[in-house]
Ligand binder design. Sequence first.
Ligand code: LLP
Length: 471
Amino acid sequence: MPVSHEAGWAHADGALQGPSWLRVPADVNDLVPLLWSATAHKNADGALVVGGVDLRDLVAGHGSPAYVLDEADFRARARGFAEAFADYDVFYAGKAFLCTTVARWVAEEGLCLDVCSAGELTVALRAGFDPARIGYHGNNKTTGELRRAVDAGVGRVVLDSFHEIDRLAAVAAETGRTARVMVRVTAGVEAHTHEYIATAHEDQKFGFSITSGDALEAVRRVQDAAGVELLGLHSHIGSQIFDTSGFEVAARRVLTLHAQVSSELGVTMPELDLGGGFGIAYTTQDDPADPAQLATEITKIVEHECRAFDVPVPALSIEPGRAIVGPAMCTVYEVGTVKEVGLDAGASRTYVSVDGGMSDNIRTALYDANYSCTVASRRSEAPPVLGRVVGKHCEAGDIVVKDEFVPGDIAPGDLLAVPGTGAYCRSMASNYNHALRPPVVAVRDGRSTVVVRRETEDDLLRTDVGASDIG
Ligand code: LLP
């Protein structure tokens, strides 16, 4: 029979220690700076302050849960990439998180924008983003979507299949416009990341395989197509990658093809895009490289390969999403219930239920991702206990933070903040269980501004045709 222990891990026989990487904090109130946006700190009350805003005030004004976006941090990370990769075009990958305000910040910091759907294109254009600085991705773009992209004057369309080459050529003929394109290739690299977010090994849906010869054939067909201008090759090996050797192998393979196009087809492609995927720290296990280090290493690899193949170095571009917006946001929740659950061997785990969950952060359930958290509303002198932060959805897998030490006196009404939720949390949020998606509140210099408002129950009913009584 499982036995529960009131005093938690410190007193339990066979105490649950959590995963091997998780360390008992010296002080459970402290932030691990690497995981948080640059302005985040605890004040004298022990409350979390981001962008000069005490999150207790933010929740009082805007409710909970809320995504808190540190504007200065976002801009600094965007600028950091632009400066480190000064000779490159840096495309912010909007799939990580996009709204009109963020699109404007991206433009103001001098970055280009990668969109991968008609919806993202709509947001970018509504923000007034220069279409010439937009790249359009996707593995199944319809003729209608391609027409819209070409009509809008997007700077480049990244082609992903032979069907798309034909569709785009037809659109170019119909509109009389020239479409500038890149050819997405798969470099056959097994990036060390979750299978669903690795994209350059062979057995997946993206791009043209270099190994099979499809990539060279795609380049040939693009060259032959009227109204389509070939800019170069595009390679994206996956996401949340720390090991630059993945980029090294991919760059070598892609540049082999780049050189082959030059020697066999007599075509010198002016550009090359190496994609995004640069990892961030979600927990103390992660040790991301900074943009300057990435820039130095990637540029060295490309220059070395170009020298070896005796081809000019093409104009380079990259597409970071997560590394810009990921650490710039945290999610603040309110604790609703706390339950100590007895496990085998006398150990127990403290389940902390918050007022959100897998509808605002699906990454834990989907990718087995690890997150961290801190109490955001007060200091605690209680000894830490091993906690698990769960949501309020009807599913046992509704976990936000699998393993983290939380104060032993954590209680309903406490605010809890989870760092590193800027990328692929709001953008992958759902209305599961008819949850209302939280707002994104930008904070800067002590002021908070809603940039995406909280959904309302009217929003939920708006598409429900039977709910015609809703005005
Ligand atoms: N470029 C292309 C072509 C991409 O497909 C992606 C991400 C990026 C750039 C940006 O990658 P980043 O720098 O953000 O890692 N939902 C998953 C990640 C999916 C990534 C999809 N493509 C997650 O939550 O981890």
